[in-house]
Ligand binder design. Sequence first.
Ligand code: T1G
Length: 691
Amino acid sequence: MSVQVSREGSVAFVTLDNPPVNAIGRAVRAGLMDALDEIESAVGLSRVVLSGAGRCFAAGADAKEFDAPLQGPHLPDIIARIEACDVPWVAAITGVALGGGCELALGCRYRIAAPSAQIGLPEVTLGVIPGAGGTQRLPRLVGIKTAVQLIATGKPVSAVRAEEVGLIDGVADDPVEVAARLDIGTIELGQSIASLPQPEANAEAVEAARALIRKKTPHQIAPERAIDLIEKSALVSLSEGLAAERATFLELREAPQSSALRHVFFAERGARMPEPLRGQDAALDVVTVVGGGTMGAGIAYALLNKGSKVTLLETDDDDVARANVNVEKIIAASLKRGLINEDAAEACRQRLTATTDYGAASESTLAIEAAFESMEVKKSIFSKLEVHLPDSAVLATNTSYLDVDALAMSVLDPSRVVGLHFFAPAHIMKLLEIVQGGKTSDAALATGFGLAKRLGKIPVVAGVCDGFIGNRILARYREAADTVLMDGSTPWEIDEAMVEFGYAMGPYEAQDLSGLDIAHANRRRQDATRDPERRYIPIADRMVELGKLGKKTGAGWYRYPGGGGKVEDPIVADLALEEARFAKVERKDYSADEIRERLVMAMINEAADILGDGIAKRPSDIDLVTVHGYGFPRWRGGLMHHADSIGVDVVFNALKRFEEEDSIVWKPSHVIADCAERGMSLSEWMSGSFS
Ligand code: T1G
């Protein structure tokens, strides 16, 4: 039974029971309708206490049902019946009451929550709007200003905050108990929201919310539409508003952005330790990090903040001091942002031992090296770790592109080696590429997943290749951009085109931030193995030779004359013209659409080869890497989901068109060709799908 009904004297208890989060799927809705039938025919009831079994009240509508045709009974009708019920319903909220869960509570006469409860309407994060009364009832209850702030960003509020704004009527350790015992007069004070007057219009709050979401979630449709409906709630009757809301919800439910955002939501939750690895991961209470630079300090802090004892190894006393300073900087920043309190900060400090003594690492079950990107340096670190750590300890490298297999072969037992590619800042970025070497044991792989879970990161398994998943796609993205630059565009045009696509910034501004020298070093490393027949664009090399490395040298693809803005640098255009002349390129103007098509198709094609090479196990992993590591727009669902939304056949035809220009660079991936031929989507492609 997805809804339990019981009675104690004059109190009826209706309990949602649909583990793990009481998602309001069809069975729950049917159960609520049955409960209403029972309640409406009962005699002598003073109240109905509505609660959720297990860890929460309700996580909202079952988002898994959005791709299927609508099935009654419908939540708005259920809420209307609760609201109209002669016997008052009291919502007793524990855990979370989100989306439809919050809307169910709004249909009740009275709302009590546990202190740790979170309440909100996060629908816009799934590309829809509250579709069961939230945009109309919430403004009546708390006013337009609070309603628009809650709904437009989708951020939940604590029970205390919810009580402050009038969203709930009380906070109690045991909401069910209090709801059952509450004197009826108090409950009667809570009016049904339908009986409340229209909210007062608040143009200022509405405009402020519109400005906020245009900045924070540009291109996304749902937040704008939610604000429109909240604004409307001051102008029309509840029934008219509910009708308009429902129409909007049904429209957005089918829209591509909702499909994309739900795809990422569920892909994130699917990125967890595979069943066969369960129980094989090492404990992470005592961990060693080698290298206290930016990455090492970030990794160390992430571990400290989750209760691990960390030995942070450095090469000499000066570097030990620097490592301590780097960790302290992160602790101070976390304190300042209110992410931790003083006690937690002190506990982190107590758990940290920065030293040059590898013997201090002797009890670590995992060591993560985050040292200089040199194979020799990493091999020497691993050989020292081998001496001092238990033989069962996992040896992990944070390298972003070096050959994990080669590094593994330098230790006695290569099976204990795994890559753990963090993204800077390591204590903030959620993506973790777990690089599975040819010899990596299940225990080492499982430890990578266990670490991701402990640190609240999203794990994606990558095979060993240059750049693994993310950096390999990035290299192709930049190559495509440099080609368009050489053949006729400017960094500004290319960046603008990709910002219009949905990136926060384009490839050139991004590279000015990270530094042109990093990609330059990678290109030099690849010189020996690069296909001599493959067209090579030397403009970026010229930039580095001129010392134009980006922001850190005051100028890169752009100049930064102070004040934060970027301005075009004529030297870049001259370099592009000069190199084009040397290469006898006939330059042309590229439209923004042409730029976007080339850069996106280049990434899709590379990602398809990554699938075909077995470097990524499934397309949704590539979506998580591109969204969480490289700024690909979340509302497009990630690179592979986006490719499917274009249509694999359209992708294939575009690649064939570009192949006529350059048959090496634009050779269509066989995965794209096969999917196009079979009429199969990329998201249906799984490792082993093709011979
Ligand atoms: N629908 C279906 N499944 C859901 C779900 C949902 N709304 N929320 C969670 N799950 C699954 C999730 O996929 C995972 O499954 C398991 O529950 C645990 O989730 C009409 C239209 C509630 C804070 O946006 O924010 O209501 O992988 O790993 O970290 O207006 O889940 O175990 O098989 O995230 O403890 C609006 C979405 C819906 C809330 C719990 N609601 N969920 O976090 O566990 S639209 C939301 C969350 C709506 C109405 C509209 C979080 C959580 P599996 P988890 P968690």
